[in-house]
Ligand binder design. Structure first.
Ligand SMILES: CSCCC(=O)C(=O)COP(=O)(O)O
Ligand SMILES: [Zn+2]
Length: 218
């Protein structure tokens, strides 16, 4: 088995802790929710330990797992949602970081659009913050998958979307939060901020269009 590069692990742990502090300050990680990870090598990732306050992470709050989600070199329990992180590293070889948060905007949007199963973003300049998007004249579909306590159910939903050949840069889980990823932590942060902003705009449009808009069945 490949040995873990300790210097790289510490660097990733610091980046994860820094991201957690900043996202926590924004109020996107309430009540110990959220989880974060970074790829270490082709077979391992650094991920947050389950149940820790993600806004107050120390580097000791981050552990190593293999890409099947098994703990490596520790008895600590990785995030309850580790399977969603490792799935993304397996499916996207270029993914270097994954962020999952529970902001109010993400959570409300997930509930409002759950019946439709997808939030279609189009015409927004900020779509260009998503890697590979060069114009506002593009369509960015953000699926909303039903929540489940059994991670294998969620993994199957994400696999089905990807196996259908549909582009995916982030997804919502109904009543829960968002997952997004990127080649490294800065790109992943940019994606997360873009989704937060765009979901907020969609919610604002619904509010401004009035109560009937909010109640319209999707
Ligand atoms: C108290 S939040 C419920 C679990 C959750 O959704 C989450 O993001 C945090 O779980 P973890 O095991 O990663 O701490
Ligand atoms: Zn969560």
């Amino acid at each position: 088995m490949q040995s873990i590069d300790r210097v790289q692990l510490e660097s990733c742990a610091r980046q994860i802790a820094d991201a957690g502090r900043e996202l926590g300050a924004l109020g996107w990680t309430p009540a110990t929710s959220s989880n974060f990870s970074m790829r270490l090598d082709a077979g391992h990732a650094a991920v947050t330990i389950s149940g820790r306050d993600k806004g107050r992470l120390d580097i000791d709050d981050i552990m190593v797992v293999d890409l099947e989600g098994r703990a490596v070199g520790t008895d600590a329990r990785p995030s309850a949602e580790t399977a969603l992180h490792t799935q993304l590293y397996r499916r996207f070889p270029g993914a270097g970081a994954v962020l999952h948060t529970h902001s109010r905007t993400q959570t409300v949007a997930s509930r409002l659009f759950a019946g439709r199963g997808v939030i279609r973003l189009e015409g927004w300049e900020l779509q260009k913050a998503i890697a590979g998007t060069t114009t506002h004249e593009s369509v960015l579909d953000v699926p909303v998958f039903p929540n489940a306590q059994d991670m294998s159910v969620l993994v199957r939903a994400v696999d089905a979307w990807l196996d259908a050949g549909k582009p995916l840069h982030g997804y919502l889980i109904d009543g829960h939060g968002i997952y997004t990823w990127g080649r490294d932590m800065p790109e992943t942060r940019r994606h997360l901020e873009a989704f937060e902003f765009l979901l907020g705009c969609e919610l604002d449009l619904l509010r401004l269009r009035g109560e009937s808009g909010l109640q319209r069945p999707f």
